[in-house]
Design a protein around this ligand. Sequence first.
Ligand code: DCM
Length: 131
Amino acid sequence: MTERREVAAAALTQNGRLLIAQRTYPPELAGLWELPGGKVDEGETPETALSRELEEELGILCSVGSRLGSEVLLDHRYVLRAYRVVLLDGCPAAHEHSAIRWIELDELDAIDWVAHDREWLPDLAELLREE
Ligand code: DCM
């Protein structure tokens, strides 16, 4: 069996708020909110891949830190992992999403999340409480 390819997702927090992004594709996920990120390409580390994705998708420069929460198996090909991320430069803009939002702790539960990302809600709540 070949190893699963990683999809890395960013738990980017600033001033007690978390950045979330609204997907445009595939149709079954369009309109739902996620931690932004993407697939780790061959030769990349999760950290370099996530930095690249955040620059492409949101136009920001970030530092990727430690893992957050458990890994989530997407299907037989992909594993999803979240990382704590700090914004170094730029102001996030939705280049590839339909919208972005900064949310507070008390908004976490009510968001229309992509199902897999819901797994991290307790970890995200703890992260926002620490902020
Ligand atoms: N994905 C997810 N949650 C995220 C990021 C991605 O469930 N926070 C899923 C959606 C896709 C796959 O990972 O099935 C690849 O993502 P993308 O299409 O953004 O590269």
